[in-house]
Design a protein around this ligand. Structure first.
Ligand SMILES: [Ca+2]
Length: 326
């Protein structure tokens, strides 16, 4: 069977690392390239993080491209230290001094355009960070979205619950204009794993312990990068997620990746137009669902609402059994 072709656009924090490993472990997936964007860390750190993940999984043949270092407009918010200042929990001591030579010379946005032109209608794009690279891609080639097979986004919110601001989810809040451009102009099948969707389909901390205590290089790596990270400290009072949804283990980006690998992991979704609020004192960056077609938009998105958590758990377990021969 032909493999599904995937480009991963990432701001490689810990959950991105998990999602990338999920793609690497999936027998039906071929990763054409990984494009980097600022977000959980600087784009330079993100590139290093992706290279590190590929090295742990022994998949260094996959090309890595450096992309946008900041949002389209202004400086939206300072970089998050949710996953540590380097994005991977500030525990990696053996940083690769040669990392820059291992990043491709081609810019991430150009690579996104080229890889899709070479494989028209066959590529699934999985966006796990701020959407800056995607917005630039559609500016350079307005027909770019039509050349994609489909688009999977981790980002946005459906209930007005924010995690970095009162009403906005991190990836959209970091670059609201880019999120707006993508939701308006990517007229391809679009699947969104929102923040609330991930939180409402969280897993137990017992499962997390089982996941990271597997005896494999990838699991040991995941155990190491989560070991000193407050996001994995199980302290119920630490963040808004636990306040709103109760304590649970949530690997955000894994939800979008799981849906791309096997769409049956999505048990229910809402199909409607979506838009990002760009103004407002407290609403900037918030995603709005247009269930009654007030906006008269011609493109809809499939907004995930219910996840098959058993299937997701199996995919997560499998993803940390790397490296393996495909
Ligand atoms: Ca991410």
């Amino acid at each position: 069977m032909a493999k599904k072709l995937v480009i991963i656009d990432t701001d490689c924090g810990i959950d991105d690392a998990q999602a990338i490993m999920m793609a690497l472990a999936a027998p039906g997936i071929k990763v054409l390239g990984i494009t980097c964007v600022f977000g959980n860390a600087t784009v330079e750190n993100v590139c290093q993080n992706v290279l590190k993940v590929l090295s742990v999984c022994e998949r260094t043949e996959i090309p890595v491209f450096r992309g946008s270092a900041g949002p389209l407009v202004g400086a939206s918010y300072s970089l998050s230290d949710h996953f540590g200042s380097d994005g991977l929990g500030d525990v990696i001591v053996d940083k690769d001094p040669q990392w820059e030579q291992k990043v491709q010379g081609e810019h991430a946005v150009k690579a996104m355009l080229r890889l899709v032109s070479e494989n028209k209608d066959q590529v699934s794009l999985v966006a796990l960070g701020p959407l800056t690279n995607l917005a630039l891609a559609v500016r350079l080639d307005p027909l770019y979205p039509q050349k994609l097979k489909d688009l999977y986004i981790m980002g946005g919110n459906t209930e007005g619950k924010g995690n970095v601001t009162l009403c906005a989810e991190f990836n959209f809040a970091m670059d609201p204009e880019s999120a707006y451009v993508v939701l308006e102009e990517f007229h391809c099948p679009t699947h969104i794993a929102s923040w609330e969707f991930a939180c409402r389909n969280g897993l137990t901390w017992d499962f997390f312990d089982e996941l990271i205590n597997q005896d494999t290089p990838a699991a040991r790596f995941m155990k190491n990068i989560t070991s000193k990270c407050s996001a994995y400290s199980q302290d119920a009072l630490k963040n808004k997620r636990d306040l709103y949804f109760g304590p649970c283990f949530v690997s955000y980006d894994a939800y979008a990746m799981a849906a791309c690998i096997d769409n049956s992991v999505v048990m229910e979704s809402v199909n409607c137009a979506v838009r990002v609020e760009l103004q407002g004192l407290i609403g900037r960056g918030m995603m709005v669902l247009d269930r009654t077609n007030e906006l008269k938009k011609t493109n809809n998105a499939s907004v995930m609402t219910k996840c098959d958590v058993v299937k997701l758990s199996q995919m997560l377990i499998q993803s940390l059994r790397l490296p393996c021969k495909k």
